[in-house]
Design a protein around this ligand. Sequence first.
Ligand code: ZN
Ligand code: ZN
Length: 248
Amino acid sequence: MFLHEKIYDLDELARYNTHMHTRFSHCAAREMKAKSIIKAAEKAGLEIIALTDHNYPDEKNMVAEQKKIIYKQIKDIETPVKVLIGAELSSYDIGKFADDIECDNSLDWRLYTTNHFHQKYWVHPAEKTPRAYCEHMLAIMDKVIESGRADAFAHPFMAKYISCFDDFRIVTAAFTDNEIGDIIEKANVKEITWELNVPAIFGDPVFHRRYFNIGREAGAVFNIGTDAHKLKDIDTHRFLPELKKILC
Ligand SMILES: [Zn+2]
Ligand SMILES: [Zn+2]
């Protein structure tokens, strides 16, 4: 699902933040209550936010239950902010999904991650080379696109969680321009949004400049996701100066 048309102006894109974690995610601060998040988003002048908690393999489909709880917590709040209750879902191997499709479809925003390689259950390519990781990630993304389960990709192409190389950026450097352009074009047909993930961009600026350039040529619909785990990181605007330096 596209939330808006193609926007390549970062000031405009900063009106939306489609990746943040409530306290249901084990890694998020306790202050990340849905109510407090909405207040912070309102103060920041955001128009749309998406709550995207992690799923956990031992709690299959739990994000659908959490959505019902969060909905109850916020249904009476009057706010101009449009709140999507979604999840950061996992495709941990080619064609493998951590939750059932009914769970995914009950969510307002299905943000799919294809590269949480630090998780124990995540499947790595047989060969531990940068190219093998590129091909593996592309194959996972390809199946996610075909599955129709996703509205967006979380930190696409990111290699931060691959720990077998001295510098993980060797992996993102090994993606070809054509591969990046082709998968973006394929995703466009299914209305899948490409995330500009703030921590991922700061951690690998050279690649993300290339990704933003190729994405614009390929007609990608981008969204900024700050991946906020703390209230102070909900406001997209505070990252804009640094984002502009890297991407523009
Ligand atoms: Zn993630
Ligand atoms: Zn996240």
